[in-house]
Design a protein around this ligand. Structure first.
Ligand code: TMP
Length: 424
């Protein structure tokens, strides 16, 4: 017996493809000299054959529609297919099902090349043992399922968002499970014979493997000297990770919880000039203790990717280096705060502290730490470099003098490969 099998439709079930479809329809309309349709019209292009839609919704002749389809495909096969996103929570669902021993496949009306490219691009292909794609547009889901369903499967499911998935599943003798977060309504799915309905990807995992546990997420930190551009990059990274189906939460240190934000105010207040180095280190650690328990650990346990703007490394660099408390004392002070909660990976935005300070002084009023003399910041920077040389494998060091986009690209590629590595 080959156990439990789960087959997934692609568009509307694993990935959301409207951005690519819309852009390609707009491109084809423009190139053919037709007015660019509005969103309500673009929506109608999801699902039915293009030849039909170009005639019906844009008023093309059949000959024009064939030409428009050619133009559409020219863009779709190169860029359009990647302009889509994985539904939030799909990665946790696939990891949980794989962890529970389910075997998985993809059954889709899309051509095989595009399907493989999309799954590979999003780092999902490793979850699937088989892919069954339409050789021509009229292929029925029933046959696509039969082509991939092992004869000795003990239990099998077809998960999809449209009636074709439910009807195909029923005809092929597998359990049809409808998802309502895609393009079909609950009514459409029920009428077409859905045996079960899921409103989120996680519900799919719970229906197929009752009692399944959510796999842990990941904790990542972003570090750098003042003015290195961390917040901008955290925003950009969040958007990229979400496109890949990761559920992202971001937070910052000192802060991230009401108590820790109050401690932050004390720490950054320029009126507190007499604060001694030990008090400072202990306050950062106190804020961290609260943040670790109230935010970081719960988010990771709930399967989220937690992106933290600064963490323990900041204390080592600023209090250990900048304030000269030394690495070991700072680590000892922080031990009760963090325990074994350490980042899977740390992005370090590498920038000469003098450039960072120039950027900061233009942008805003300096806080108590930023207002320190240049020597202090030089020691902070040296502190970071020392940390990185001690444990280079944990860091993605990115040159922060590059353009915003280039920096974002480097960070995304390093973070995505580490997160995907951790998934299997
Ligand atoms: P931010 O401006 O990046 O929000 O950080 C606030 C300041 O606090 C920044 O100058 C760095 C400093 N800091 C430390 O000195 N030690 C720490 O542990 C943390 C988290 C931040």
């Amino acid at each position: 017996m080959s156990g439990k099998w789960v087959f997934f439709d692609l568009d509307g079930t694993l990935t959301q493809s409207e951005e690519g479809i819309f852009n390609c329809v707009k491109y084809a309309a423009e190139r053919m000299g037709f007015p660019v349709p509005e969103e309500a019209v673009l929506r109608k292009f999801i699902g039915p054959p293009l030849i039909h839609s170009f005639q019906e919704y844009l008023g093309m002749t059949e000959a024009q529609a064939w030409k428009a389809q050619e133009v559409y495909r020219e863009r779709y096969t190169t860029v359009g297919k990647f302009e889509n996103q994985v539904y939030p929570g799909v990665r946790s669902m696939l990891r949980a099902l794989a962890g529970a021993g389910a075997r998985m496949g993809v059954v889709t009306g899309k051509p095989e090349n595009s399907t493989r490219d999309i799954l590979a691009h999003f780092g999902l292909i490793g979850f699937f043992e088989g892919i069954s794609c339409a050789a021509d547009a009229r292929a029925e889901k029933e046959h696509l399922i039969r082509a991939i369903l092992p004869e000795d499967a003990e239990e099998a499911w077809m998960v999809g968002d449209r009636r074709f998935d439910m009807e195909g599943g029923t005809a092929a003798g597998v359990h049809p499970l409808g998802v309502t977060y895609g393009y079909g309504s609950e009514e459409e799915l029920r009428t077409a014979g859905a045996e079960r309905i899921a409103h989120t990807p996680w519900e799919v995992a719970e229906i197929i493997c009752p009692g399944v546990r959510k796999p842990a997420g990941a904790f990542l930190s972003v570090e750098g000297t003042d003015g290195s551009g961390k917040s901008t990059q955290i925003g950009l990274l969040t958007r990229t990770l979400e496109k890949y189906g990761f559920e992202v939460v971001h937070s910052r240190e000192p802060g991230g919880t009401p108590i820790a934000e109050k401690i932050r105010e004390i720490l950054l207040d320029r009126g507190n000039g007499e604060m001694c180095a030990e008090t400072e280190a202990l306050l950062y650690a106190a804020a961290r203790a609260q943040h670790v328990r109230e935010v970081i650990r719960p988010a990771v346990a709930a399967g989220k990717v937690l992106l933290c703007d600064r963490f323990l490394d900041s204390s080592v660099a600023y209090q250990g280096g900048g304030r000269r408390l030394g690495v070991d004392r700072v680590l000892a002070i922080n031990e009760p705060a963090v325990g074994d909660t350490l980042p899977l990976m740390t992005v370090y935005l590498d920038l000469d502290h003098r450039i960072g300070l120039q950027r900061r002084s233009r942008a805003a009023e300096l806080d108590r730490l930023e207002a320190e003399e240049e020597d202090f910041h030089a020691r902070v920077e040296a502190g970071y470099h020392e940390l990185i040389s001690r444990n280079p494998a944990r860091y993605a060091v990115v040159d922060a003098r590059m353009s915003r986009e280039e920096i974002a690209e480097r960070i995304a590629s390093a973070v995505l490969s580490r997160l995907m590595e951790a998934e299997h």
